[in-house]
Design a protein around this ligand. Sequence first.
Ligand SMILES: [Zn+2]
Length: 240
Amino acid sequence: MVVAIYLCHEQPDLYIHDASVIDSRPGAVVLSRSAFHPGGGGQVSDIGVLEWSGGCASVTGIETDGDRWWHLLDGDSRPSGDVLLHVDAEHRLRVASLHTASHVLNAFVFAEFAGALVTGAQINGDGTGRMDFDLPEVDNDRVRALEGPVNEVIGRGVDVRAVYVDAGDAAATEGLVRSMSVAPPPTPDGTLRVIDIEGVDRQACGGTHLANTGQSRPIVITKVENKGRHNRRVRFAFAG
Ligand SMILES: [Zn+2]
C-alpha cells in the first residue's frame, strides 16, 4: 500500500478548512481534501463536524478504501457540493498526547529490556491506550516503574519533530522500525516518516503527535498484564 503524506502531517494546526464532496452515499462522503487523520496502526481516526449548505453532521470516523477516505456521518444525510470540515481539536490533542507518551514509554521499554519490540498498540479516543511488548521474562513491577521516567520526559518539555528518511536507510538502522507487525508504509518517493523526540526516541510512525512533550498531561500505567509467553500488555491513561 502506498500512502501520500497526509494533509494533517503537512499542516498539523489545520483544524477547519473547506473542501468539496467528490463521492457520497447516505451517511458518508469522500472529500476533495481532508485534514483528518484516518487512523491506523492502532490509533483511532480523528472525529469532527461537517457543515454544508443544507445542514451539518458529526463525523464519527473514517473508513478507508484504498486512498479514498469515507467520512462517516451520524445519520443518513448525503451532502453534496462545497462543505466545511472541522477537526475536533480536543480529541486530536487527547490522542496525540497519549500517542506521544506511548513513544516515550516504548523508548524506555526498548532501552530497559534489551530491544523488546512492540507487538501491538491501541490509542483510544477516551484517553486510554495500551501497548503490547515482546517481553518473555520480566517482573511486571519493573515495567510499572517506567511511569516515573515517562512523566519526567513529559514534564521536561522535549521537542517532537517529524522527519523523512530514506526507507532503505531506515530499515538498516536498528530500533527505528520497532513494531513487529505494523510498520508504516513508505511515501511514494521512498521515504519513511520518523518521529524524533529529541534525545529520547526516534521511530517510524504515521500517527499524530504533539510538537512538544510538555503539551501532554502526565500519564499513569493502570495495568500490566501477561498475554501469552511473549506478550506483555501495558495499559495507560491520563493521570487524574
Ligand atoms: Zn507515533
